[in-house]
Every structure is written in C-alpha cells, then in structure tokens.
Design a protein around this ligand. Sequence first.
Ligand code: PGA
Length: 243
Amino acid sequence: MARKFFNGTVKSVKALVESLNSFKVPGPEVVDVVVAPTFLHIPAVVDALRPEFKVAAQNSWVKGNGAYTGEITADQIADLGLEWVILGHSERRHIVKESDELTADKVAYALSKGLSVIFCIGEKLEEREANQTQEVNARQLQALADKISDWSKIVVAYEPVWAIGTGKVASPEQAQQAHAEIRAWLAEKVGKDAAEATRIIYGGSVTASNSKDLAGAADIDGFLVGGASLKPEFEDIIKAAAK
Ligand code: PGA
C-alpha cells in the first residue's frame, strides 16, 4: 500500500494528477494507492484521477454535521464518495495539539460513517532516545482500542516524528522492530486475526531509493509518503510497496 499527499495550487495539483495518471503500476488487487489532497482540491482530484487510485481526506472532525465552523465532517467526506481519511498525523498531534483521546474519538466517528482510516502513530526524537518508542506507540494504540473493537478498516501508519520531512529515514531494522512490536501489541490486545490482517505502513522520508529495503522487512506493508510523493519517483515507491 502506498500513499501520497500534497498541498499545492490548482495548477500544481493538476500536474500531479496528470503525472499519476501516467504511472504504470499494479492494480488495486496488488496495491492500494491512496492520494490525500487538501480538502479544497479533493473534488478536482476525484474528477481527474484514474479510478484505480483512491482519494483520502487529511483530517475529519470528531462529530457529525453541526455548528463547528471551519471543520469538515466524516459525513461530508463519505457523502463525496471517498473511502479514506488520514487521522492522527503527527502534525495534528504535535502542532495542532490534538490529544490521543480526541484522535481516537475522530477515528471512531469516521469508522461509524463507513470510512477506512489511516491511523498515524509514532514517537518524537527525545522519546526514541529515551527508549520509549514502543511505550508511545502502545499509548496511542491503546487510546484507540478504548474506543473501537473492529480494526478491519484501520491501517496503522508508523511515522517516527523525527523522520517526517527531515530526510532522516528509519533504517529497515528500526522500522521493522517498531512494526513487529505494533503487530505484537495488536495480537495481544485486539486479537491474532486482527494482528495478521492489519496493514502497518511506514512513513518518514521514504524515497524510491530506500523504499525497496524497507519494503523487504517482514512487517512493513506499505508506505505513507510525503515529499517523494510529489516527484516522479513515487511510481517506483508504489512498485516497491507492491511486494
Ligand atoms: P515525508 O512526509 O515523506 O516527506 O517525510 C511524511 C508525512 O508527512 O507523513
């Protein structure tokens, strides 16, 4: 599974969609490719993108339609025909200061509207240096487990905060260790079947050149790609994810 998301102008988003449409990549039976434009660009992307690519929102509100000026609800995202939303991205958690609990409530609400959720977790640099990676991941996962019991529409995205947009990718060994621990956590707290079925994708400075080695790790099931998703090399990342 590969991911993509971008900011952009009307013009640059159009160019990105044209580039994506020219990719020769395996079909959705092999790899899900989900692109997450900003809300403003979603309708144009949905209209122009080849239908085998799916479109995700980058966020959704914790409740349904109501007086929440400036927020966009899962109801509206589903109404537009979208199947996916990204929740708990580190920029939401650490810049906008969304708590574990709010994030979990958002996920539960999005699931209740039939959306699939890319649920992002991951530790900050000082937490890794203090050997707290699994503790942080487990805390963020537990907050969600307190709110949901069905994980079939969850993709867990492990994104160490220190690796996002920094060019400092986790090594395949570091990422594999975190993914294996997340899967073990799922097996213990949610169940063996959920642990096997849940896709755990890695994000943080993924490029075409590091994606092959990362994809070779047993518990890495795909990627959440930021910067490199805006470049032609995204095609190679998709191919690497389609292992
Ligand atoms: P990056 O971004 O691939 O540029 O590190 C990842 C992300 O923002 O989730």
